[in-house]
Design a protein around this ligand. Structure first.
Ligand code: FES
Ligand code: MG
Length: 567
């Protein structure tokens, strides 16, 4: 029997009185005893006027409620923080852990037997899973789904790979002011998440592969009726999970399912952010993401999904081509099929649903991949003792092996102030270096790793350069960009010791990135290290600064990882 309203009755030291009070108050909302005496399914409400990606959350909540009630449960929606990429200052990553804490504590505090997590914009799904994993009750994810594509002058457009491409053309003087204004109304034509293989799509695909959401849930477009049916079905499953008292997220996030998620991340040419969020979700289950293993998976698992920014198509096309189940079928020899799922079975059940779609070109077969290897490689070298990552599937092949002169920017502000200065001493062969943009440095590890091409070079036709930093990059971006350099400059990492004029060698084939300066000189520079800014004295900024972990540990707070003692 479900615990329902009786869950967590510890207040007042009198369980009977506490239940009586709960009933008295909830009856104020018009509920009958019969309605209250059944499994209670919490539903996160992350609708916000500041989050257009979640614009369909209200309808999805209604669909989930319908599913819960059809299965004999009582749905209870409750608000949590919502985070949109473009409306979260200084960066959405800075707030992800706050959303995870909010979700964890609200799920734990309120009486519910299972929870349905409705989210989607980049940081929201990882935050919700981190929170639910720590709260330890059965949870199922319902992504809000991707936007449908936009059209402009006969061209298909998508947020936000084409936002960057179009803006680049505007910066280079090829698109004038009136046209770029028109384009701004066509890049994101519906509710839902960015429809390229950016972070939101990446997370939705990985979460489906982790068995935390229903088959097909990643790619059904946000405005489609099928998205609502997915919500209804998820509500039904949540009631079953409440009755079975499981599985809880920690039972689904295992070493095997993490490997499956890494395999999918490589095969979709996914966002580099996916790696950080996977490390954070794994950390909540007391597990680690092994970067060497991730690199090794990338050497044998090719990119199979032909989506921007690595390929040509968009998420709705992935859905029409068979979605994640079809991809999983293609990846079958690389997957651990006994990994459990929210449905109570194993990942094999998801593969069994895979449909053959004649003529589709979005999900490639293993013998005709989009790229011969996976999307990302892990780099090591004297610049990044704790590792760094490069999304080589979205890079310029000729730059993957490159040696050049460093042009250093000491902060995001410094870069913003100088990158377009006509007197900046920079050539196309140089390596642009951004320091102090990591977890503590910026703070919040902003997506500043996609340094713009200096305007004078962009106008001369330069489209890509080697760029390196301790920052992140949007999953919708492209270029020869080394990210997540660990340890970051702001904690004394070697990245902070680079000076303009030094030589840097990127050797992607051998997974190396080296600063070609001798160790004695680096030791001398290290003696002059000073943190780039004073530590914050109060509030969330202080908590963040004092406890945030490095990129290879998921940028979670040190006190939130692992498993509760009593669990
Ligand atoms: Fe929300 Fe891209 S801005 S998913
Ligand atoms: Mg993004």
């Amino acid at each position: 029997m479900s615990t329902g309203l009786r869950k967590g009755l510890t207040s007042y030291g009198d369980a009977g009185f506490s239940l009586f009070l709960r009933k008295a108050f909830i009856k104020a909302a018009g509920y009958s005893d019969d309605a209250l005496d059944r499994p209670i399914i919490g539903i996160t409400n992350t609708a916000s006027d500041f989050n257009p990606c979640h614009g369909n959350a209200p309808q999805l909540i209604e669909a989930v409620k319908r599913g819960v009630m059809l299965s004999g449960g009582l749905p209870m929606a409750f608000p949590t923080i919502s985070i949109h990429e473009s409306f979260a200052h200084p960066t959405s990553m800075y707030l992800r852990n706050l959303m995870a804490m909010d979700t964890e504590e609200m799920v734990r505090a309120q009486p519910m037997d299972a929870v349905v997590l409705i989210g989607g914009c980049d940081k929201t799904l990882p935050a919700q899973i981190m929170g639910a994993a720590s709260a330890g009750i059965p949870a199922i994810v319902v992504p809000v789904g991707p936007m449908v594509v936009g059209h402009h002058r006969g061209e298909v457009l998508g947020a936000c790979t084409d936002c960057r491409r179009m803006w680049g053309q505007h910066r280079a003087g090829k698109i004038d002011e009136p046209e770029i204004e028109v384009i701004s109304g066509r890049l994101a034509p519906s509710v839902g998440t960015c429809m390229v293989m950016g972070t939101a799509s990446t997370m939705a695909c990985m979460i489906e592969a982790l068995g935390l959401s229903l088959p097909y849930s990643a790619a059904i477009p946000a405005p489609h009726a099928e998205r609502l049916r997915c919500g209804e079905a998820s509500g039904r499953v949540a009631v079953e999970m409440a009755r079975r008292k499981g599985p809880v997220p920690r039972a689904l996030i295992t070493q095997a399912s993490i490997r499956n998620a890494m395999t999918v991340l490589q095969a979709i040419g996914g966002s580099t952010n996916g790696l950080v969020h996977l490390a954070a979700m794994a950390g909540r289950a007391g597990l680690k993401v092994d970067l060497e293993e991730f690199d090794e998976i990338g050497r044998r698992v090719p990119v199979l999904i032909d989506l921007k920014p690595s390929g040509d198509h968009y998420m709705e096309h992935l859905h029409h081509a068979g979605g994640v189940p079809r991809l999983l079928k293609e990846l079958e020899p690389h997957l651990e099929l006994d990994a459990p799922t929210v449905l109570g079975g194993t990942l094999r059940d998801y593969l069994d649903l895979a449909e053959e779609v004649p003529g589709q070109t979005v999900i490639r077969s293993r013998d005709n991949p989009l790229k011969q290897t996976g999307g990302m490689a892990v780099l090591r070298g004297n610049l990044c003792p704790g590792g760094a990552v490069i999304k080589h599937s979205a890079a310029t092949p000729s730059l993957l092996q490159h040696e050049g002169r460093a042009v250093v920017f000491t902060s995001v502000e410094d870069m913003t102030n100088r990158i377009d200065d006509p007197s900046l001493d920079v050539n196309a062969d140089d390596v642009l270096v951004l320091q102090n943009a990591g977890p503590k440095g910026a703070p919040g590890m902003p997506e500043a790793g996609y340094l713009p091409i200096p305007r004078k070079l962009a106008q001369a036709g330069v489209k890509d350069m080697v760029r390196i930093s301790d920052a992140r990059m949007s999953g919708t971006a492209f270029g020869t960009i080394v990210l997540h350099i660990t340890p970051e400059a702001a904690v004394g990492g070697p990245l902070g010791l680079v000076r303009t004029g030094d030589r840097i060698r990127l050797d992607t084939a051998n997974r190396r990135i080296e600063l070609l300066v001798d160790q004695a000189e680096l030791d001398r520079r290290a003696e002059d290290f000073k943190p780039p800014r004073p530590a914050p004295k109060r509030g969330y900024a202080k908590l963040f600064h004092d406890t945030v972990l490095q990129a290879n540990q998921g940028v979670d707070f040190d006190f939130l990882t692992g498993v509760d003692d009593e669990a």
